[in-house]
Design a protein around this ligand. Structure first.
Ligand SMILES: [Zn+2]
Length: 159
């Protein structure tokens, strides 16, 4: 005696036939008559109801994988990395430019001012330390930006 023959006597379909139709039933691809036959069989056959439930569960798992797919979209990830790199390079160039200009401006101003013996020594010292302090701050900000970019890139790899 096979499993099919042990199915409910009143069922129109045998289990084997019902299971062939089951995928189509889930996808709504059966004719109205076929669908009704499967429903009739499911109503009296717990084994095939279990089969239907596991198919549906598989379907849901596949669906949730499909909706999560954009999160691991490699094109998008590359676009984000490219975006971050270009922005980082932009900031880097901006700060290098600002530092060079400020450095040159302070040097041009300072050399004239500092070497002028008419200016009191305290003022010359003040201007000199101000210039050095400004340059140090600019370099410090530049380094901070570079360092932050490195750690951001590190974070990306860890995630
Ligand atoms: Zn069955």
């Amino acid at each position: 005696m096979t499993a099919d023959q042990r199915g409910p006597a009143e069922a129109v379909l045998k289990c084997a036939d019902a299971r062939v139709l089951l995928m189509g039933f889930i996808d709504g691809e059966l004719s109205a008559d076929e669908a009704r036959q499967v429903e009739d069989h499911l109503a009296v056959c717990p084994a095939c109801r279990g089969e239907l439930a596991s198919y549906q569960q598989l379907g849901r798992a596949a669906d949730s994988l499909a909706t999560e797919a954009p999160l691991v979209n490699t094109d998008l990830a590359w676009e984000r990395i490219y975006d971050r790199i270009t922005r980082g390079v932009g900031w880097l160039l901006l700060w290098v430019g600002v530092t060079l200009m400020a450095g040159f401006g302070l040097w041009a101003f300072g050399s004239e001012f500092l070497l002028d013996s008419e200016v009191p020594l305290v003022m010359r010292l003040g201007a000199g330390t101000f210039a050095v302090g400004s340059l140090l701050l600019l370099v410090n900000i530049l380094r901070e930006r570079l360092f932050r970019r490195k750690t951001e890139r590190y974070d990306e790899v860890v995630r």
